[in-house]
Design a protein around this ligand. Structure first.
Ligand code: SF4
Ligand code: SF4
Length: 322
């Protein structure tokens, strides 16, 4: 019997999700044995024409990581949607916009200004920005267009399932692959991870006092972090109350607070708003001046609360100048 065809593709991402596949270690041999890989740019030399030559729907499942922020990424996303029976948004950036989504605090002009003019590492006098077309003696060179707005994958194409995480952990990947191969998938649109919040599964949850009352916030480098105690109860921002579980508490176990890469649970529409609401409910300050001092002690409150989810939040992006 013919093996199901599988594709892996990457849009705007750091490459960590590709590493997650390699992190399957010997389990990757089981995957390779069970499927026929027809596209995997980071590891194998397939061309776009190979994908175009496939029949529509011929790829059983495509795992796509990365946000979508260029014309080329939109084009590939639409092509793979057409050629695939199932699309799995793989990792935080495809799922909820991820770290690239933070560019929505600015726009293309602002991003270019920072990247090609303002950063101290720019060579003095070198102010060349990427252009769509550059004429060279050998011919015209084209670059994809970068958009003002960074999108999660389902803001561009229809997505069947979501594998969360920066990057998704190996056990969740293998569970998803197993469910796909056995045809035992949950309803379309499901996030393939537990529905509980991270606080529900966190080993430090029991250390929380009955009522948390915060009057000051500390950043991780400003305090000794007791490896047994809840970060939030100690005044260190931790996104656990607003984040889906399933990562195995990777950061918590490394004595670092959660930054929210698994996105919200199904009950929560806006992860950042949920976190700010949870934080507001445990702050015990009445004096407005004290409240200002507390607010100022978080250098980038929106960036912290929406670190992974700005592109899919109610905020979506900063309003563009006309
Ligand atoms: S706030 Fe963070 S440290 Fe505290 S219980 Fe939740 S996930 Fe664990
Ligand atoms: S602890 Fe939070 S930021 Fe860290 S891997 Fe888990 S969900 Fe992601």
């Amino acid at each position: 019997m013919a093996k199901p065809k599988v594709a892996f593709y990457w849009n705007a991402s750091c490459g960590g999700c590709e590493e997650a596949i390699v992190d399957l270690a010997e389990d990757i041999l089981k995957v390779v044995d069970a499927v026929e890989i027809v596209l995997w740019p980071v590891a194998m030399d397939f061309k776009r024409s190979d994908v175009e030559a496939l029949k529509d729907g011929e790829i059983a499942v495509t795992f796509m990581n990365g946000a979508v922020r260029t014309s080329e990424q939109e084009d590939w996303s639409r092509l793979l949607r057409r050629k695939s029976g199932l699309i799995v948004a793989f990792g935080s950036c495809a799922h909820i916009g991820g770290i690239p989504g933070l560019a929505n605090f600015s726009d293309r002009a602002g991003v270019f200004q920072t990247a090609y003019h303002d950063v101290p590492s720019m060579e003095g006098g070198n102010t060349v920005e990427p252009r769509l077309m550059t004429k060279m003696p050998e011919g015209d060179l084209e670059l994809p267009e970068i958009w003002d707005t960074v999108h999660a994958l389902d803001q561009v194409i229809d997505v069947d399932y979501y594998l969360p995480g920066c990057a998704p952990p190996p056990d969740l990947i293998m569970e998803a692959v197993g469910a796909i191969l056995k045809g035992e998938l949950p309803p379309k649109g499901s996030v393939l991870a537990p529905e509980k919040s991270l606080c529900d599964t966190c080993g430090r949850n029991d250390s929380k006092p009955d009522k948390i009352e915060l009057s000051e916030l500390k950043r991780p480098h400003q305090t000794f972090m007791d490896p047994e105690k809840c970060f939030l109860a100690e005044g260190v921002l931790c996104m656990g109350p607003a984040t889906r579980s399933g990562c195995g508490e990777r950061c918590i176990n490394a004595n670092m607070p959660c930054r929210g890469c698994f996105g919200p649970t199904d009950q929560v529409r806006d992860q950042g708003a949920k976190f700010l609401s949870a934080l507001a409910s445990i702050v015990d300050i009445k004096d407005p001046e004290e409240m200002e001092r507390l607010k100022d002690s978080i250098p980038d409150p929106t960036g912290v609360s929406y670190m992974y989810s700005l592109a899919t939040s109610f905020l979506t992006r900063r309003q563009l100048s006309k």
